[in-house]
Design a binder for this molecule. Structure first.
Ligand code: FAD
Ligand code: NAP
Length: 498
């Protein structure tokens, strides 16, 4: 046990508890630099999405001696909060305020534009820090594994979402929106985000979108879109749908659209509803009402005037994307008809029957997938996660993980927050028990930034990000939007480095 450290930790913790949180931050700014620059535990976090920021926040609050650096691949922070969350859900992005407080804490530094695994290895980070936390999310996507998946007109939801949210490598996607029917595969919340955006160019809703941070090129493309009908296809039944009630309600109330369900998909559902847990029961009741009930006068009027439609399709799995022979573009999708089999888990089983649905656009929204960023790390390729126990990476002392790379690509920001706090707690337990040795003096960012300089990599600091933020906000103001995002890494670096 490092008693000297324990003493200084306790002393500061007591000091800290006498102050308010903000005073604590201030106090550490003055005393922290001098007291801890050489002997304090140095931790780095890889990735600046919710996983990274919540881990950092918890460590900084609970351990007044920890110094923490965040390394981020892009020049801009916040991960999927910036590049995933739908533009018409601006309230979700308020978490950025909390993340900003953490980033500006005197014991936290942000280094954007650093691609860990390419610009610096995990081993180099392990040398420089007492502990490394991998919170780099899930930047890949599951693939359907069916013929025709690579045809023009087929897109991964990850890329489509990245395109309307200004993710630099999706800038050139230019999705072809010239067809009437779009099919989305998968029935999670991402599928519903995509459906809402595809159906947006209608009257008031496009006006509303104009007041969000959706990119201008996406807005212009959507305004020209010919898509009139969106089918959201699931391999299992209504009782297994993966999205949540709030998102279904948004679909039901989406201006200018009407639902187009198949009553047969809901056969027998009412009878089993009484045994279903309450949240799923309410969600299913909403679908039943939408699919089966005769609407009241007002709703009838609304549906009559609708120019676009959407609907769930159940018990269907993709078999093949079919091409129009002349253009070799997507012309239809062949779906296998499934039945359900319950063996503990309810799974879809093929019946042998297939059906073709005419469509010019297919968006595969069957889940994200974490990638291996450094060959020296353990990786479970089946689950696409880093194998860990409460955030402690197996057989890799001193290295932890949080966020989607720890759990797999499911869970809202609040779920990610909880799993990240757990990881921070595991690390603190290890510091206290001595399982994580924090006695040696470590160089931290000093050696890493020197190394990066030698490799020609110029990190973007949080103050640099604030310059980008300010340019984006100003550009947005001119258009009545909260921001107009810079769309390329080059543009971002140019602003950051002037
Ligand atoms: P991410 O947010 O992806 O952050 C990972 C970070 O790591 C990124 O900044 C990435 O650039 C960085 N990184 C990757 N590789 C490297 C590397 N090699 N070196 C350095 N940095 C790297 N939840 C809600 O509560 N509400 C919503 O409305 C909502 N909408 C969503 C919409 C979409 C399309 C998606 C996919 C998810 C949504 N979620 C929503 C879920 C939420 O976004 C996740 O729970 C959360 O972002 C996961 O956090 P993370 O930090 O693990 O991953
Ligand atoms: P998800 O919720 O896991 O949904 C994935 C969908 O793809 C499911 O319908 C799943 O069906 C289907 N699927 C998976 N593999 C398939 C295959 N091989 N063939 C056919 N279908 C397949 O994932 P997501 O939509 O990507 O969302 C990720 C997380 O982010 C979720 O936790 C979500 O709640 C969250 N999120 C939240 C919001 C919000 O709060 N507004 C918005 C977006 C995302 P099965 O069930 O049959 O596997």
């Amino acid at each position: 046990m490092n008693y000297k450290l324990l003493f200084s930790h306790r002393k500061l913790w007591t000091l800290g508890r006498r102050r308010s949180t903000s005073r604590l931050h201030e106090g550490i700014r003055v005393s922290g630099q001098a007291l801890f620059s050489s002997c304090s535990p140095k931790v780095c976090v890889v990735g600046s999405g919710p996983g990274g920021f919540y881990t950092a926040q918890h460590l900084i609050k609970a351990r007044p001696d920890v110094e923490l650096d965040i390394y981020e691949r892009l020049p801009v922070p916040f991960g999927l909060v910036r590049f995933g969350v739908a533009p018409d859900h601006p309230e979700v992005k308020n978490v950025i305020n909390t993340f900003t407080q953490t980033a500006k804490h005197s014991r936290c530094n942000f280094y954007g534009n650093v691609n860990v695994g390419r610009d610096v290895t995990i081993n180099e980070l392990k040398e420089a820090y007492h502990a490394v936390v991998l919170s780099y999310g899930a930047e890949g996507n599951r693939t359907m594994g069916v013929p025709g998946e690579d045809l023009a007109g087929v897109y991964a939801a990850k890329d489509f979402v990245g395109w309307y949210n200004g993710l630099p490598n999706c800038r050139e996607l230019n999705p072809d929106l010239s067809c009437e029917t779009a099919v989305i595969l998968g029935q999670g919340n991402v599928a519903l985000d995509v459906a809402r955006i595809l159906l947006a160019p209608i009257n008031d809703y496009i006006l509303f979108l104009q007041s969000t941070d959706i990119t201008q090129p996406a807005l212009e493309a959507l305004a020209q879109s010919q898509v009139r009908r969106v089918l959201i296809v699931g391999r299992r039944g209504p009782l297994q749908i993966a999205c949540t009630i709030k998102e279904i309600r948004e679909m039901v109330n989406l201006p200018g659209t009407k639902p187009e369900m198949l009553p047969a998909d809901f056969e027998g559902i009412s009878e089993v509803l009484k045994d279903v847990p309450r949240p799923r029961k309410r969600l299913t009741e909403l679908m039943l009402k939408t699919a089966l009930e005769t609407p009241g006068e007002k709703e009838l009027e609304r549906r009559k005037s609708a120019s676009r439609s959407w609907g769930f399709r159940f018990f269907r799995s993709p078999v093949e994307v079919l091409a129009e022979p002349r253009t070799n573009k997507t012309s239809a999708i062949r779906l296998a008809v499934n039945r359900l089999e319950v063996e503990g888990f309810t799974r879809a089983v093929l019946t042998g029957e297939v059906e073709d649905v005419t469509c010019g656009l297919v968006i595969s929204s069957i889940g994200y997938r974490s990638l291996l960023i450094d060959p020296g790390l353990p990786f479970d390729s089946r689950k696409a996660i880093i194998p860990n126990s409460m955030g402690r990476i197996q057989h890799t002392p001193g290295v932890y993980c949080s966020g989607w790379v720890k759990t797999g690509p499911t869970g809202v920001i609040a779920t990610t927050m909880n799993n990240s706090f757990d990881t921070a707690r595991s690390m603190m337990e290890d510091m206290d028990s001595g399982a994580l040795d924090v006695s040696a003096v470590k160089s931290g960012s000093q050696s890493i930034t020197a190394l990066l300089r030698g490799r020609g990599v110029k990190p973007v600091t949080f103050a640099d990000w604030e310059k980008i933020d300010s340019v984006e906000t100003k550009k947005g103001e001119a258009e009545g939007k909260p921001r107009e995002k810079l769309l390329s890494v080059e543009e971002m670096l140019q602003v950051a480095q002037t």
